[in-house]
Design a protein around this ligand. Structure first.
Ligand code: AMP
Ligand code: TRP
Length: 362
């Protein structure tokens, strides 16, 4: 799916009748609901902005959207409690500063809506160990210390499935790295539907936008730009000031050749491909046009323009983030109000799920 293309109608989302139940369950046939999440683990970076947040801003005009700061996912690895609180506020401020409207969208932090944990438990009992064993993000995050990883880190994708399906969301905008988790979400939905003989959960569709679906580290073009990279020089943080951005870009790894005239010349040049790709994404031009523009140029000339562009795009967002960070009461009010709306949306869905599962509610 590319930005701007219409969403496909998801027929599974439209019907929620039991195969052999007495009461047909009916929901709005035209419903298309967007859900996405972001971890409050510090250092919102350019990959988050281009791969996720900017796309969310575009979707809010057309769809009913929920955007969730996933603090329960964050604690699958150790988080200093006070930092976690600060990071939840900072990420929320980043979302608002980037242009998400808390009136049109539901913006909240996950732990405020207990249904996420409740449904995650049910999904832990639906998903199979073998499915989770195949998750590449777990392998990457757990590394050599698998036995020492938290059970939560292993079960992470079942919570993610719960996030989405608690609202019967149909479409999930994410970067490439989350595709496998969304496939698992579909598997869980399908198995739940089969096990209980219902057509209850929709099969979610990932929305992967054309540009910057995988922004790479500035230090190594084969590694993803990530909040958890120990080197701050690997990423451009949304809170970096102009001088820091300029220095980071100046230090970014390159290769000795001049810039190519077409994308074909970027083969086996991961750093050049990443930097030109980023320039294209920030300036909203194609990679072809970006290559033509800088054909034959040195990296140092290119980097000057790239730094200037980055500062001009991020600057206004940073100003707004600073303003919001001075007003935590406002950010908290947004999260509180968003959580209330999310709870209202989730409550009847969760009640139906629990009835399907056979929990007694005397
Ligand atoms: P996370 O920082 O892991 O919570 O990711 C939040 C969102 O940003 C998800 O939709 C990710 O797919 C996206 N994202 C994270 N890192 C990158 C990256 N390096 N390039 C593109 N998208 C990313
Ligand atoms: N796992 C996602 C990430 O690391 C964050 C996330 C949690 C998410 N729940 C979600 C994304 C639900 C989309 C939908 O980026």
């Amino acid at each position: 799916m590319t930005a701007g293309a219409p969403l496909r109608h998801n027929s599974a989302a439209a019907t929620t009748k039991r195969h052999h139940g007495k009461r047909p369950r009916v929901t709005d046939r035209t419903m298309q609901r967007i859900f996405s999440g972001i971890q409050p683990t510090g250092n919102l970076h350019l990959g988050n902005y281009l791969g996720a947040i900017r796309n969310w801003v575009r979707l809010q005009d057309e769809y009913e959207c929920l955007f969730c700061v996933v603090d329960m996912h964050a604690v699958t690895t150790w988080q200093e409690p006070r930092e976690l609180v600060a990071n939840i506020r900072e990420v929320t401020a980043g979302l608002l500063a980037a242009g998400l409207d808390p009136e049109r969208n539901i913006i909240f932090n996950q732990s405020q809506v207990r249904g996420h944990a409740q449904l995650a438990w049910i999904f832990s009992c639906v998903a199979r160990m073998g499915w989770l064993n195949r998750m590449t993000q777990f392998k990457e995050k757990a590394g050599k210390h698998r036995e020492n990883a938290s059970v939560g880190l292993f079960a992470y994708p079942t919570l993610m499935a719960a996030d989405i399906l608690l609202y019967k969301a149909t479409h999930v905008p994410v970067g490439e790295d989350q595709k496998q988790h969304l496939e698992l979400t579909r598997d869980i939905a399908q198995k739940f539907n089969n096990d209980f003989g219902v057509e209850f959960f929709p099969l979610v569709e990932p929305l992967i936008f054309g540009a910057a679906t995988r922004v790479m580290s500035l230090r190594d073009g084969t590694n993803k730009m990530s909040k958890s990279d120990p080197s701050d020089y690997s990423r451009i943080n949304m809170t970096d000031d102009a001088d820091t951005i300029v220095v980071k870009i100046r230090k970014a790894k390159t290769d000795p050749a001049p810039l190519p005239e077409s994308p074909a010349g970027l083969e086996d040049r991961p750093e050049a491909a990443n930097l030109l790709g980023l320039y294209g994404a920030l300036s909203e031009t194609s990679l072809e046009e970006t290559c033509q523009r800088f054909a034959g140029a040195s990296f140092s000339d290119f980097k000057n323009e790239f730094a200037e562009l980055s500062v001009s795009v991020l600057g206004p967002i940073q100003d707004e983030m600073r303003r919001l960070s001075a007003d935590p009461g406002h950010v908290d009010a947004v999260l509180r109000q968003g959580a209330g709306r999310a709870r209202d949306l989730a409550a009847p869905i969760l009640a139906e799920i629990e009835e399907i599962v056979g929990y007694l509610r005397p």
